[in-house]
Design a protein around this ligand. Sequence first.
Ligand code: ADP
Length: 243
Amino acid sequence: ERQRYFHQEKMAAIGTLAAGVAHEIGNPIAAISGIAEDMVLRRNEGPGVCASKELCLQCRPDLILEQAQRLSAITREISDFASPQPADPQFLDLNGQLRSACSLIRYDKRLRSVELRLELDSQLPAIYGEANQLTQLIMNLLINAMDALESVKGRQPTITVSTRVDSGRVCMTVEDNGHGMEKEVLAQAFDAFFTTKPAGKGTGLGLPLCYSIMKRHEGTIEIDSSPGAGTRVQAFFPIKEIS
Ligand code: ADP
């Protein structure tokens, strides 16, 4: 029964995603074919024939690369999400999941200067869910936190990952003291394909995926952010009885 529920929710989420995907993938493909077509036409004219620097033959391979990287990032995220993993929800130790995700990203060279704090409630009840999906949720939040810390100056860049029980729910928090979000950014943060990151880096699918993962776990996700000061993302899971 529950397995079927997970599966149907997943299919519904994929359907919603797919609607936006065709459009989103269309733009970089059109750009790549346009640029490539132009390069073929001008093959014999040599570099530097264009008036605008942006369209200069020497720049075009960069544009192609940028658009192609954006495409592969989008397709990678979608296939991670849509790949046929058997639905296998079970009782899980969220603290353990957080510990392994954090030890994974400690190898990321961007984290070298970042302090990664773990404040885990040792009495935390188990949550009912899918390990792969939870890992994806945690990784997405950690990557966003790392990205937000990249430009931070004048304070020790810090990510705090914590768990607690809050009003009868299990709460997981990922907090950073990075650049934060302006009101307009926060308002669109959960929209599919909304990103403030450069092409090839952001897909705008991270938070929408987090949202649908939380929905499938019958939970909620909330973001508080202060521009210039940092961001806190909280995910709330129901506590289920182990029968
Ligand atoms: P992506 O990371 O690919 O841009 P997301 O859906 O994960 O897509 O995030 C959407 C946008 O929300 C980001 O581009 C960024 O502007 C903003 N955002 C997300 N997490 C954070 C964070 N921790 N700090 C600041 N801004 C964030």
